[in-house]
Design a protein around this ligand. Structure first.
Ligand code: NAD
Length: 485
């Protein structure tokens, strides 16, 4: 199925596709063209409460089902998702704007999160603990935490969802999903796959809504919801954490980043330049683990900067549906304005523009917010772009001299999600990876993510980890049982 201008999408609560109260809907637009793609049901607090009740009612039976049965159903959903990668990638590009090849990549890895977690469902072992006394035995069980609310952003509208609902369902939790109102369509299609796979009513629910604060408040403050898992900005993450404090629920937060990339003078220059470009410009720079600051050891500075600028100038900007496109539009005017402001601020502070530096002028029916892939040199230390998350296609280059200075500059931020380093010195690779205060380190690797790799941040980039064998832990409680003999 392809989303069309006339199509209206519904909410999915307790196994049924329903309209929002009063038939209220909101519009979803293609960020490349500004065209209306679809109308989507606009839920409010009442629908959020209904979804929470449905998830609560479904929890006892779902959590008691043997892990093998939960895994089988998840594999069935995975098979459906896998069969629809191309179709879902099209929807993803229509609503998010990223190049189609990136959308296929995201849908493939995103479906993979369901398969990975289906396998993990069977391995939630407990322990027999050596007893402190002869007359006692001690066991631990791991049990699902309960109803989970998942709130997700627009930049990875597929994979941010599956890496939350995958481990939640595998653990035996039930879920209420609230996707970003900018990109609700592929989210609905993912839930449709779970419906078709035969998940019982109430186990997964989706409430699309334009009013994020209203619906999120219900989810964060509900005493029934026992876990909030959120991906988005640090600002909103802090707010949800405060709202969740009233009921002391578990909270996982995957928040903003400001990733440094350190290029040492022993690096493979071409691999490092290609890596910097991939890390900064995929998804038009709207990736939480995107390189936001490029630190280059001084002997390489000129050569490396020229090469990166040359590669940036070669990136074709356009509609993600066009096979040639490497950089799509920013998601909206706000996202565009932020990049423009940061570049202007850097230039006003003395920065030199090595590539790009302005709005991209494009031909054809493209009314979206496009920005040229931009490389900046001689950036002042207090420039906004070196401190605030850019979330767009602009990359500042800063020189450094020693390894110690590089690590110090890289760590000089409240964020701690991802960091990168290019070096061929094995000792340096270990020293730098140990010195960086970040949850994810890519050494000679611009894409350090996969279902088996733990994902999460230090400092203000978040709490908890997704993926890897520990991803499912976030959705479980440990119960200790002591037995007197
Ligand atoms: P956002 O915080 O504005 O929105 C995230 C979600 O929260 C959306 O569903 C949104 O509708 C909702 N929301 C917005 N305002 C809200 C409010 N006041 N109360 C409750 N909910 C609200 O973030 P975004 O712009 O959608 O996404 C970009 C941000 O997400 C960036 O900061 C990026 O770094 C971060 N991100 C982090 C990761 C990670 O894994 N750490 C991954 C992707 C994106």
């Amino acid at each position: 199925m392809t989303a069309t201008a006339t199509k209206t999408y519904q909410l999915y609560i307790n196994g049924e596709w329903i309209d929002a109260a009063g038939g209220k809907t909101f519009a979803v637009q293609n960020p490349a063209t500004g065209d209306l793609i679809a109308e989507v049901a606009d839920a409010g607090a009442a629908e959020a409460e209904a979804a929470v009740r449905a998830a609560h009612a479904a929890f006892p039976a779902w959590s008691k089902r043997p892990a093998d049965e939960r895994a089988e159903l998840m594999h069935a959903a995975f098979d459906i998702l896998k069969g629809r990668i191309d179709e879902h990638a099209q929807i993803l590009t229509l609503e998010n704007g990223k190049p189609l090849a990136e959308s296929k990549g995201e849908a493939t890895i995103g479906a993979g999160f369901i398969r990975w977690n289906a396998e993990e469902a069977r391995r939630t072992y407990g322990e027999v603990v050596p007893s402190p006394t002869a007359g006692k035995r001690v066991l631990t069980y791991r049990q699902p935490v309960g109803v989970v609310a998942a709130i997700t952003p627009w930049n990875f509208p597929y994979s941010m969802i599956t890496r939350k609902i995958g481990p939640a369902l595998a653990a035996g939790c039930t879920v209420v999903l609230r996707p970003s109102s900018a990109t609700p369509l592929v989210a609905i299609e993912i839930i449709r796959a779970f419906h078709e796979a035969g998940f019982p009513p109430g186990v997964v629910n989706i409430i699309t809504s334009k009013s994020a604060p209203e619906v999120s408040k219900v989810l964060a403050e509900s005493p029934i919801v026992r876990k909030i898992t959120f991906t988005g900005s640090t600002e909103v993450g802090k707010q949800l954490m405060a709202q969740a404090a009233g009921t002391v629920k578990k909270v996982s937060l995957e928040l903003g980043g400001h990733a440094p990339m350190l290029i040492f003078d022993d690096a493979d220059v071409e691999a490092a330049a290609q890596g910097a470009i991939m890390s900064r410009f995929r998804n038009a720079g709207q990736t939480c683990i995107c390189t936001n600051r490029l630190y280059v050891q001084r002997p390489l500075l000129e050569q490396f900067s020229q090469r990166v600028a040359e590669l940036a100038r070669g990136l074709k900007v356009g509609n993600g549906m066009d096979a040639e496109t490497k950089v799509g539009p920013l998601i909206d005017e706000r996202g565009f304005a932020k990049v423009e402001d940061q570049v202007k601020d850097a230039v006003a502070g003395g920065a030199r523009v090595l590539a790009g530096g302005k709005s991209a002028s494009l031909n054809g029916n493209l009314r979206g917010y496009f920005y040229e892939p931009t490389i900046l040199a001689d950036v002042a230390p207090d420039a906004k772009i070196l401190h605030d998350e850019t979330f767009g296609p602009a990359l500042p280059i800063v020189p450094f001299d020693s390894e110690e200075e590089g690590i110090r500059l890289a760590n000089d931020t409240p964020f701690g999600l991802a960091a990168y380093c290019y070096t061929r010195d094995i000792g340096r690779a270990f020293r730098v990876s140990e010195g960086l205060e970040y949850g994810i380190i890519g050494i000679n690797d611009p894409v350090p993510t996969a279902p088996q790799i733990p994902f999460g941040g230090f400092k203000e980039s978040g709490l908890g980890r997704e993926n890897g064998s520990m991803g499912i832990e976030e959705f479980m409680e440990v119960k200790a049982v002591t037995i007197g003999l």
